[in-house]
Design a protein around this ligand. Structure first.
Ligand SMILES: Cc1cc2nc3c(=O)[nH]c(=O)nc-3n(C[C@H](O)[C@H](O)[C@H](O)COP(=O)(O)OP(=O)(O)OC[C@H]3O[C@@H](n4cnc5c(N)ncnc54)[C@H](O)[C@@H]3O)c2cc1C
Length: 487
């Protein structure tokens, strides 16, 4: 496919004027309300035990001097810390109604990461304030807190906090492959068990408030049930769909398209959504060795792969259309699992969990849309384009690629564009035209009154969102999908 701006750059479609362009849409006010309902629920659930604690005994007694004030503030921090820790296990379990409450999985994982930090900082403050309270009596009393002999109750709390420090440190700062990352995430469940023993063994205001004790007990059960559901018994409890690999076709030296046939009830999804996928493939299993050593320059890279290969679920956007009996994804080799997928054999089993995601052209009332794909970020748009047949949409799809050769699916998409009015496809190779900019899009498509969808590398999404913002495109008209949950 030859990139020739003249041919692709048909005059922008006539703008119907922004207001008329936008069909009836969800008011920005309601949209922001929907966006904050999840975090608002978290704040309420973390605030409730503090209210119950405050109500249990007269406050004056608990803030009469520096010792009691520090001790009371330490309890408040522990209630917020242990509650947000418990709720983070619930968020981490990827449960349907919870994802919906937060506006989809990607947003929920974003909140999960922030909430995890809040839990950690609150529990750190808890320890510091306990020490400060004791220090008002004597420094040796404060130091004794961290010395052996503090007893099981305090010891369990400190052990849990030390474990949390290591796990959060690894999560935020270690460059781990995803398998190790998943096991570090699972360790939080174990750490929470130790923390729960500390919470319930520590005498305190709970003794005066059955409501507070009841609330913490329910919260602990919900958190452990969520952890059990996802991390311990996921392979049994989490609903998944079984497929056969019908075809694994290399599109080039780094991307393959995998087509799968359902063994039983096929997955129902909206175009643009993604699934978590794993394969039971002898060929892939042969590739994965528990420990791998590879030389990189003068150093050696040791890869440790923990856990069963056939239990590693990776997220991929669906490329097939919802009415296609087969399910397909297209995968770029970026790490060990996606590289191993290049040997995937016909007949291998696949387990599919989902669908997930809110990135779909059908979820927006406005039919006049601009789609921008960066590299392998074209995948959700392939499903959307494959389901445009006979729709009233007016879509301009821009394929941002390193070079024309890497314009995945461009032939098929351009062919589809020729058969109807709904779709126009423009390939924009970086080595010929540079990066796609809002100015370029406005010139070739006209942005006013249109909804914009972007999927590609994080830098591309951030740059374009800023450019659209500067051009006065309302944020609620810009929808994006990141191929990573790590913010
Ligand atoms: C919503 C979404 C849709 C995606 N769609 C596609 C697609 O259509 N085509 C495609 O090629 N890639 C897609 N990806 C990216 C793909 O999931 C990763 O490239 C893949 O998981 C890398 O695994 P690896 O073992 O090869 O690499 P690793 O070296 O283990 O990981 C590379 C990076 O990929 C991310 N990653 C790895 N495993 C997972 C996982 N299980 N869950 C979440 N993130 C993970 C991590 O951020 C990690 O830093 C998508 C990602 C997301 C979040």
């Amino acid at each position: 496919m030859k990139f020739s701006p003249a041919r692709e750059a048909r005059p922008p479609r006539p703008t119907l004027g922004s207001s008329s362009g936008a069909m009836s849409r969800t008011s920005p006010y309601l949209l922001s309300l929907l966006r904050v309902r999840g975090p608002a629920a978290l704040v309420a659930l973390c605030g409730l035990p503090v209210l119950l604690w405050a109500n249990a005994l007269p406050l004056a007694d608990r803030f009469r001097d520096s010792t009691t004030t520090f001790a009371s503030l330490a309890v408040v921090c522990s209630l917020v810390g242990v509650t947000s820790f418990a709720l983070n296990l619930l968020l981490g379990a990827r449960i349907g109604f919870v994802n919906e409450l937060f506006g989809g999985l990607s947003r929920m994982y974003g909140v999960h990461q922030v909430n995890g930090r809040i839990a950690y900082v609150s529990l750190l403050a808890h320890i510091c304030l306990i020490a400060a309270s004791r220090a008002t009596i004597s420094m040796s009393d404060a130091l004794a807190l961290f010395l052996p002999g503090t007893g099981w109750t305090v010891g369990l709390g400190e052990l849990a906090f030390a474990g949390m420090t290591i796990a959060i440190g690894l999560t935020l700062f270690a460059n781990m492959n995803h398998e190790l990352f998943v096991y570090v995430q699972r360790s939080f469940g174990i750490i929470f068990v130790a923390a729960s023993f500390h919470v319930f063994l520590t005498p305190g205001t709970k003794a005066y408030s059955s409501l507070l004790t009841g609330y913490l007990a329910i919260l602990t059960c919900v958190a452990l049930a969520a952890f059990g559901y996802r991390s311990l018994f996921g392979s049994v409890l989490v609903r998944r769909h079984d497929y056969w690999v019908a075809r694994a076709e290399a599109l080039d030296s780094s991307v393959i398209e995998v087509t799968m046939t359902p063994k039983s009830d096929p997955l129902r999804f909206k175009p643009g959504q993604f699934v978590f996928l794993t394969f039971d493939s002898p060929a892939i299993e042969r590739i994965f060795h528990p420990v791998d050593m590879a030389s990189e320059g003068r150093s050696a890279v040791v890869s440790i792969r923990s856990g069963a290969v056939h239990n590693q679920f990776h997220p991929f956007s669906i490329t097939s259309a919802p009415d296609d009996p087969n399910l397909s994804v297209a995968v770029k080799a970026v790490g060990d699992y996606t590289t191993a997928m290049r040997v995937l054999e016909k007949g291998a089993s696949a387990r599919v969990e989902g669908p997930y995601g809110r990135f779909s052209h059908v979820d927006v009332d406005n039919r006049r849309q601009v789609w921008i794909a960066g590299g392998i970020g074209v995948t959700p748009f392939v499903s959307m384009a494959r389901s445009l047949k006979g729709s009233e949409h007016e879509v301009d799809l821009y394929l941002g690629t390193k070079s024309v050769e890497q314009a995945y699916f461009a032939e098929e998409l351009s062919a589809a564009a020729q058969t109807g009015e709904s779709l126009r496809v423009m390939v924009v190779p970086e080595d010929e035209a540079g990066f796609i900019t809002a100015e370029y899009l406005d010139k070739h498509s006209g942005l006013s009154g249109k909804d914009i969808f972007i999927c590609g590398p994080p830098a591309m999404i951030d740059n374009l969102r800023n450019q659209f913002h500067e051009r006065g495109v309302p944020d609620e008209r810009v929808h994006y999908e990141l191929f990573s949950f790590l913010k």
